[in-house]
Write a protein that binds this ligand. Structure first.
Ligand code: BES
Ligand code: MN
Length: 460
């Protein structure tokens, strides 16, 4: 208990300093999908490596990949028989667009009303900084009761294309007793969560080419198929009127929800009202026959993420566009297999293409869903969270994707403790992303308690 108290006080005393470091990290525009930010990705990597060294990691290395570097670091416990914790994090962020919508600039963090606003504030630079702040506080206040390994990547927001190979070829390096993955969030500021399921993803792009250049719509309209219309018609055929996905075979392998799990999911708070508030839509819409919480965590979807064709500037221009493009993705659930789903999509879309245009379909990325209860260490984490918030914790399935959790389960054979201190209204991937600082502070304290719970004596 003694050490935990000291570490908690250390964090409280150094809060402003930790917040400054967090701000410095947020200032680096580490947008992984944009080649223009290649150098910023390197800066973000260097920032973390310097921080890890500063807080006493003995081994801090970076590994080159075809896209962005992976960081590995290790810090040993004082006790030889200590357990080993592997912490996962990502230092990349989503693009900040649309820029006009931001109240303060996405890479100039600003604190307003107890929230820090910046791209990555919640997803997940805030969570990475929370873990590092906790490790620092524990180390400065006594002896680290566990060995800690760090695995940070810069490609999570683009589907972790290099990580699978890295994990498979570095099994010994990554050997551990438990995995902490704080790339998720909580349901509300007073309800800390442990996540036992995540959805998978297959992301693809469909391009319809018509005439070899934009055409005068008066001279050619009526004789040439319009790629924007053809693409809209194809997209309209990807769903049934009841909100289900119309791709043949799409639901064949979906793991059905058992009555017990339906009951468990139903207990997890006021999700519908919260979702209406956060999104601002007049009414929710989704697959018939399921509750909003079931749809979000346990049912697959298909969405259009981007849609582009023709003239989108101000004013009017009379053309038939040369092409139309759509970025489309499916969220997957157990036991849908991403490659198999992509084949079904290819086959279905091919059957919908008229012979008046040319179509190109390609895949950006994919990864399977995750489902696993009782990850090693989760009892200690549950205790630390609920002690810190003085609330019972919620166990939930999340709709987002974190491909590494499944990779680690398959390749290293270890389940992950998924948690995080982001909130539903943090606007992750949206303009004005933020992190609620009082929640972040509690998060660091919970992580301090979690790490110390492996040293004796503790009232666990
Ligand atoms: N942190 C999110 C995933 C998440 C969001 C989990 C909310 C739980 C609750 C993660 O960084 C993310 O956004 N991942 C991408 C992955 C994709 C590009 C493969 C996603 O879900 O879109
Ligand atoms: Mn994330």
């Amino acid at each position: 208990m003694e050490i935990a108290e000291k570490a908690l006080n250390y964090f409280t005393d150094h809060y402003e300093e930790k917040l400054d470091q967090y701000r410095d990290f947020l200032r680096i525009p580490s947008v992984s999908t944009d080649p223009e930010h290649k150098q910023d990705m390197k800066r973000a990597k260097d920032f973390l490596m310097a921080y890890l060294r500063e807080i006493g990691f003995e081994r801090v290395e970076s590994f080159v990949t075809p896209v962005h570097p992976i960081i590995f670091a290790e810090k040993s416990a004082a006790i030889p028989e200590a357990k080993t914790l592997l912490v996962y994090g990502h230092y990349d962020v989503q693009p900040p667009d649309p820029l006009d919508e931001w109240i303060s600039s996405p890479f100039e963090p600003e604190v307003r009303n107890e929230n820090i606003y910046a791209r990555g504030a919640s997803d997940m630079k805030g969570q990475v900084m929370a873990v590092l702040a906790a490790i620092d506080a524990v180390t400065k206040s006594g002896e680290l009761p566990i060995n800690i390994k760090i695995l940070f990547e810069g490609e999570e927001e683009i589907g972790s294309p290099s990580l699978g190979n890295f994990i498979s070829t570095h099994r010994d390096l990554l050997k551990c007793d438990m995995v902490l993955n704080p790339d998720s969030g909580m349901s509300s500021p007073n309800s800390p969560s442990i996540i036992y399921g995540l959805r998978g993803l297959v992301y693809f792009e469909l391009r319809i080419d018509g005439p070899k250049a934009d055409l005068h719509s008066g001279v050619f309209g009526g004789n040439v198929a319009n790629p924007a219309i053809v693409l809209s018609e194809i997209i309209a055929k990807l769903h049934n009127p009841d909100g289900s996905v119309a791709i043949p075979g799409f639901y064949d392998k979906v793991l059905p929800l058992t009555p017990e799990e339906k009951q468990k999911i139903a207990g997890a708070g006021n999700f519908e009202a919260e979702t209406l508030k956060v999104t601002g839509v007049p009414r929710l819409f989704g697959e018939a026959g399921y509750t909003p919480l079931e749809r979000a965590g346990a049912r697959p979807t298909l969405d259009v993420n981007g849609f582009y064709s023709g003239f989108i500037g101000d004013g009017a221009k009379t053309i038939i566009p040369a092409y139309a493009k759509a970025k489309i993705s499916c969220r997957l659930v157990p036991n849908q297999e991403p490659d198999e789903i992509y084949s079904l999509i290819q086959r279905h879309i091919a059957s919908l293409i008229p012979d008046t245009v040319k179509a190109t379909l390609f895949k950006h990325s994919s990864g399977p869903a995750y489902l696993a209860e009782n990850a090693p260490g989760a009892k200690n984490l549950a205790w630390a969270l609920s002690k810190t918030w003085n609330q019972p914790i919620t166990y939930k399935r999340e709709g987002g994707s974190v491909p590494v959790a499944t990779t680690m389960q398959h390749v290293l054979g270890v389940k992950s403790m998924l948690t995080g201190f982001g909130l539903p209204d943090d606007a992750i991937h949206s303009p004005n992303e933020k992190q609620h600082l009082p929640t972040w502070k509690l998060g660091v304290k919970a992580l301090i308690r979690f790490i110390n719970s492996f040293g004796a004596p503790l009232d666990i």
